[in-house]
Design a binder for this molecule. Structure first.
Ligand code: ITT
Length: 219
């Protein structure tokens, strides 16, 4: 079946196609559809629903949306929903003119911001509970099948942020993956194979649950 993925992010498309090989994953740009809805929500779920509904209203076919991001405990869960726009401590929610900075710079800013917070102390409780460098990815996935007809799965993927950009490693995955370390694997997320990442990631776990719904509905 054709499933539209409400994204402009080709890395999300690649991972979703690996996760749902029996379906054809299409993104708006594959069909020349202009798609850039305002993500005005304040939660992953709200933004995922905004994207899913916006694309459903154009294609009137099953749509999945993925709103995701990295949440650093010592930073109170930031950058969270602003992860793709994050531009350092002065522009946690993105630059006023909407321009994005390169991923490498985002990575450096995030590590330095965490290092500063750890140095200053007085971290949020979660950072003491899970470790001062703890972080997790979150993925809110909405399967939108018709007006007022939708299913939601939200999942997380825990790791720790490396201490210095010189320790970044791996060229798999995308985004913040080279700086997210998984102690149990002794690897960064970017050092995992695609199958390994999909097996444990926020996106992989959310998709696994949505797949059960897709299969049970026989759509
Ligand atoms: P769309 O809104 O068009 O889907 P986007 O990339 O802007 O594309 P989000 O608003 O959901 O999507 O932001 C997700 C950001 O979170 C993404 O750009 C990365 O910076 C980060 N992110 C999410 N999942 C990730 C993953 O698996 N690995 C690394 N970084 C990830």
């Amino acid at each position: 079946m054709k499933i539209y993925l409400a994204t402009g992010n080709k890395n999300k498309k690649r991972e979703m196609q690996q996760l749902l090989p029996e379906h054809e994953i299409l993104i708006p740009s594959d069909e020349g559809i202009y798609f850039d809805p305002d993500e005005t929500g304040i939660t992953f779920y709200e933004n995922s629903l905004i994207k899913a509904k916006a694309l459903y209203d154009i294609v009137h076919k099953p749509v999945i949306a993925d709103d995701s991001g990295i949440c650093v405990d010592a930073l109170g869960g930031a950058p969270g929903i602003y992860s793709s726009r994050y531009a350092g401590p002065d522009f946690m929610k993105g630059k006023p003119d909407g321009t994005k900075i390169p991923q490498e710079e985002q990575n450096v800013f995030l590590i330095n911001q965490l290092n500063e917070a750890v140095k200053k102390g007085q971290l949020p409780e979660a950072a003491y509970l899970h470790g001062k460098r703890s972080c997790h990815y979150t993925c809110a996935m909405v399967l939108y099948l018709g007006t007022d007809r939708l299913y939601v799965c939200q999942e997380t993927f825990e790791g720790t942020l490396i201490e210095d950009i010189s320790k970044k490693a791996g060229d798999g995955g995308f985004g913040y993956d080279p700086i997210v370390f998984l102690p149990e694997f002794n690897k960064t997320v970017a050092q995992l194979s695609a199958d390994e990442k999909n097996g444990i990631s926020h996106r992989g776990k959310a998709t696994k649950q949505l797949k059960k719904i897709i299969d049970s509905l026989n759509i």
